[in-house]
Write a protein that binds this ligand. Structure first.
Ligand code: 173
Length: 318
């Protein structure tokens, strides 16, 4: 009898380790599939699936059709999914410091050296039960797009679609805010529920927003961030070879940001060709706009997370 138990145990063990040779992670993106802020993550998945044969594979479930964007952070926390492509703006409810990511625009190579990545990884470990694998889209600014032309850098009387990225600054400049997921922007503009919206300099053509957009307000502000998070239990369960596939692919993914300068230029040209006019103000006004936008955002983070918020501001140096 004892022998039998031992044998069964051994058998179970060997089956277990055979399975551990190749793991499959379940992935979700918080942006529509094949659009600007999912595309590089999809390239990352292809790379992992090519490099990770026999070790690690990613099963791509998809985007907002599979899961509402504001739920992705919680889904990776609870291991409903293993790996996610998600902006911090969509999980500030779980981690207020995620709102500071837009204020940190040093290259990831530098953030990994100066302690920023380490602190952010700790926060993701604690509050999102996840490992902070990568950050993408360095040096891509946000803008406010409008259908009414303001006389100055002020949003008084305007209703603007926001996420946590833009909420504090739009309100600081007198605007009324409506928070929606990207999937609801088109209808809000079409129906005149919103006079404008916040969005990065790139990606407005993906969901047809050029048809309902007249102006792009200058200057751009903050910095886009979309992160790749891995559930912490999933991460800890991987062996070194599996971790290496993900870590190498993450470094490669961050390297794709070298494409951004040309991409931004092409997007601006495409907007001009589509009849979207830039609204510009004096250099002094633009500078003051950016300074105030940064200040209100930092204040908002530091109010919710006094100690870590202040540390992040010192690391960001702005
Ligand atoms: O506007 C948004 O939905 C938003 O917050 C965001 C964040 C990063 C990239 C693109 C959009």
């Amino acid at each position: 009898m004892k022998k039998l138990v031992l044998l069964t145990g051994l058998l179970a063990l060997s089956v277990g380790s055979a399975q551990a040779q190749e793991v499959t992670l379940k992935a979700v993106t918080s942006f529509a599939e094949k659009t600007q802020f999912s595309k590089n993550f999809e390239r990352f998945i292809d790379k992992v699936n090519a490099d990770g044969k026999g070790k690690i594979q990613i099963n791509y479930i998809g985007g907002p059709r599979a899961m509402p964007p504001f739920e992705v952070g919680n889904a990776v926390r609870t291991k409903v999914i293993d790996i996610a492509n998600v902006t911090g703006a969509f999980y500030t409810n779980l981690m207020p410091e995620a709102d500071a990511l837009k204020l940190i625009n040093k290259p990831m190579s530098e953030q990994r050296k100066n302690g920023t990545w380490e602190l952010l990884n700790q926060l993701h470990n604690q509050k999102l039960n996840s490992y902070y694998l990568a950050r993408q889209h360095h040096n891509v600014p946000f803008h406010i797009y409008l259908n009414k032309k303001p006389e100055k850098l002020d949003f008084t009387g305007l209703k603007i679609r926001v996420t946590p990225v833009y909420k504090d600054m739009v309100e600081a400049f007198g605007g009324t805010t409506i928070t929606t997921a990207p999937g609801e922007v088109y209808t809000a503009l079409e129906r005149g529920v919103a006079d404008g919206y916040g969005w990065p300099v790139a990606g407005i053509f993906d969901l047809g927003w050029e048809k309902v957009t007249k102006y792009r307000l200058e200057p751009g502000f903050y910095a886009v961030e979309v992160n790749v998070l891995v559930n912490l239990d999933t991460w800890k369960g991987l062996n070194d070879a599996q971790k290496k596939v993900l870590t190498d692919a993450a470094a490669w993914l961050e390297g794709l940001d070298s494409e951004n300068e040309a991409m931004i230029k092409a997007e601006r040209d495409k907007q001009t060709a589509a009849g979207i006019q830039p609204i510009t103000f004096s250099e002094a006004d633009s500078k003051a706009f950016i300074a105030k936008s940064n200040d209100v955002a930092w204040q908002s983070v530091i109010k919710r997370a006094p100690e870590t918020g202040a540390k992040l501001r010192a690391l960001a140096g702005n």
